[in-house]
Design a protein around this ligand. Structure first.
Ligand SMILES: [Zn+2]
Length: 130
């Protein structure tokens, strides 16, 4: 049986998580690299040439060919979320550290009360499809 390389990846400590993804900017940069590893590509026409358009604080990628606008989170599980990416990254970290559904218990202990309601939303939106 072939070894599942994903299963045997080296772990990430909570300290390392916070160092790598502790700010919204770090999470956005990581998400952008994951989503477009070779640079932005328009989801409609696959064109790479684009410009950045700001709608308030929302960074939007506009295709120079078809003028379609795409946000970093648009079309992903983060689409239209009210939570910041830092919370999402922390939640995904906690979920992947657990082999059962103890995530909810850990989450309520790891986050302060302010985030408990957000965690509920996260659990509903992210865990429910599982
Ligand atoms: Zn396009």
């Amino acid at each position: 049986m072939a070894m599942n390389r994903i299963q045997f990846q080296p772990g990430l400590s909570l300290r390392e998580l916070n160092k790598l993804y502790g700010t919204e900017t770090q999470c956005e940069e990581a998400l952008e690299k994951m989503r477009w590893p070779t640079g932005f590509r328009c989801p409609k026409c696959q064109n790479e040439s684009h410009c950045i358009v700001w709608h308030g604080e929302t960074k939007t990628f506009q295709c120079n060919r078809c003028h379609a606008q795409t946000t970093l989170t648009g079309g992903t599980i983060f689409h239209a979320t009210k939570l910041c990416l830092v919370i999402w990254f922390q939640a995904m970290y906690l979920m992947t550290q657990s082999k059962n559904h103890l995530y909810w218990y850990r989450s309520t202990r790891a986050h302060d009360k302010l985030h408990c309601e957000c965690d509920l939303t996260l659990c509903r939106d992210y865990l429910h499809p599982l």
